[in-house]
Design a protein around this ligand. Sequence first.
Ligand SMILES: [Zn+2]
Length: 106
Amino acid sequence: MECKEFEHLIPDFLQKNMGYGVMEDFREHMDHCEACKEELSIQFLVAEGMRHLEDDGAFDLQKELDRRLEENRNRLLIHKKLLLARRYFFTALITAVGMVILLFLG
Ligand SMILES: [Zn+2]
């Protein structure tokens, strides 16, 4: 993923609108590109800071960003597990169907 694409996707991340297809690339780019990580932090702090202007100031933005990234990571992990489970399920299903067909043909 290019930096330009990453920047383009930041609003999606902030609004929790990001599709799983790009989430992994997004995170990978962030892990390897300090500039984009910085850009994400800044945009997050601005967006969340605005939302929490009326709060009593106890809101910890850095902690919130860490939490959001952790949540994003967990969602991605769960999504991957689901994909894997689905693949195993279909493999088992196809095997079972194949066996039934063989039984009838035999
Ligand atoms: Zn970058």
